[in-house]
Design a protein. Structure first.
Length: 405
């Protein structure tokens, strides 16, 4: 239960001995205060009766004092009723939330909180996510300055969606932007700055567009493997990294770039996936072992990068330098993969991520269960993996169509 009382704040006395009169709310032993708008000298306060003493004063007549006391008690009675009603409706409400519901709440500015949210990502070393959040916030600031959480309504999101589309943003780009805005709302809710029902995404459906996942068939992968490249070049290293991923869990390029010999025990690789921060253990198949053997040297150290595409001291330079190095290496790899694709006469636009799609579809075709594929790929939810199951099912449907000829 909650309680309301009238208190003279002796802890708030000024140099002249004058202190404010407040209403004190107590909920679950937590205290919050609501100002009455009146102050009084400590000598003029009647603590026993919780009112201003009705005495002759040079600055105020008795009628005025009685009127102030009446106002204070009228507001006190209103608060008691409001608190009792809220207590019945919201038994788990906090004292701060109780105060906000009784007297209203000052609007919470969105951008300062969003900036703090982004900065935490930066401090945590999640530079890629930090950069994406900063971009989304910057777009919003260009559209509307001085935005409050309460102004981000379903209607606002609809208007903003239209604005983004008119400025060249595709459906899935807008979806990615809105996911970040939703994440900021969720964090604000966790911190108690907004109420659950204030989240506009409860009533706003984000749109997505089906994308085509490019993957290599068994025949195309064989052609890729046979493509001739100059030995002992970066192009050969990049080719082997791609093939390794096609056979070994569809590892992301950022993870393969950071694979060190200490992550390999002779049969398994054991490391933490950078994107999801989850630990993963994968048994390396024969093809992967053959590739590893090409790069294993007698003097290889545990901290050496297996494929040697990143500077040996990159971890000493900080998270931003690492993110830049990974981005630069990825661009170089994708450029070389396009050259290999041409050599292999594969009529598909590929990037390193194609290896991830290739492994997933190959694994499902070979009968690996979807939950195991999901775990090996480090997916946060199995619904991410179900996309590949649909691809394989569509292939099977097409195979069965042959019987209609």
């Amino acid at each position: 239960m909650s309680s309301v009382s009238i208190v003279f704040r002796k802890d708030k006395l000024n140099s002249k001995g004058v202190g404010p009169i407040h209403f004190r709310l107590i909920k679950n032993r937590k205290v919050s205060y609501i100002a009455s708008g009146h102050s009084v000298h400590i000598d003029d306060w009647d603590e026993a009766n919780k009112l201003i003493k009705v005495v002759k004063r040079p600055d105020m007549d008795k009628h005025t004092i009685r009127s102030i006391n009446a106002q204070i008690y009228e507001r006190f009675n209103e608060l008691q009723k409001d608190v009792l009603d809220l207590d019945v409706q919201h038994r788990r409400i906090s004292s701060r939330q109780l105060k906000e519901k009784v007297i209203g709440k000052a609007p919470e500015p969105f951008y300062p909180f969003a900036d703090q949210y982004a900065e935490r990502l930066n401090v945590e070393g999640r530079i890629g996510t930090y950069d994406r959040v900063r971009t989304v916030i910057s777009k919003m600031k260009n559209y509307r300055k001085g935005l409050y959480f309460s102004e981000i309504t379903p209607a606002f999101l609809k208007e903003y969606e239209t604005h983004l589309a008119k400025n060249g943003n595709k459906v899935n780009t807008i979806h990615s932007n809105f996911k970040i805005i939703r994440a900021i709302f969720n964090e604000a809710f966790r911190q108690g700055l907004v109420q659950f029902e204030e989240n506009p995404f409860l009533r706003y459906k984000m749109k997505t567009e089906k994308t085509t996942r490019v993957y290599l068939t068994e025949e195309e992968l064989a052609k890729f493997e046979k493509a001739t490249v100059t030995p002992n070049t970066k192009m050969e290293v990049h080719k082997n990294m791609f093939i390794f991923s096609c056979y070994t869990g569809g590892l992301r390029v950022s993870d393969i770039l950071q694979l060190q010999w200490k992550h390999f025990d002779g049969t398994h690789i054991n490391f933490k996936v950078k994107k999801t921060n989850s630990q993963i253990v994968i048994k390396v198949p024969v093809k992967g072992l053959e590739i590893f053997n090409k790069y294993k040297k007698a003097d290889s150290k545990p901290d050496d990068f297996i494929f040697g595409c990143l500077p040996a001291d990159i971890y000493k330079k900080g998270a931003k330098a690492l993110d830049l190095a990974v981005s630069s290496a990825t661009a170089y790899i994708d450029k070389n993969l396009k050259e290999i694709q041409k050599k292999a006469e594969i009529d598909k636009k590929i990037s390193f991520h194609t290896s991830r799609h290739t492994w997933a579809t190959r694994a499902l075709r070979k009968g690996v269960s979807i939950d195991k594929v999901s775990k090996l790929m480090g997916h946060a939810a199995i619904k991410e993996t179900q996309v590949y199951a649909k691809i394989v099912n569509e292939e099977l449907d097409k195979a069965m169509d042959a019987f209609n000829d």
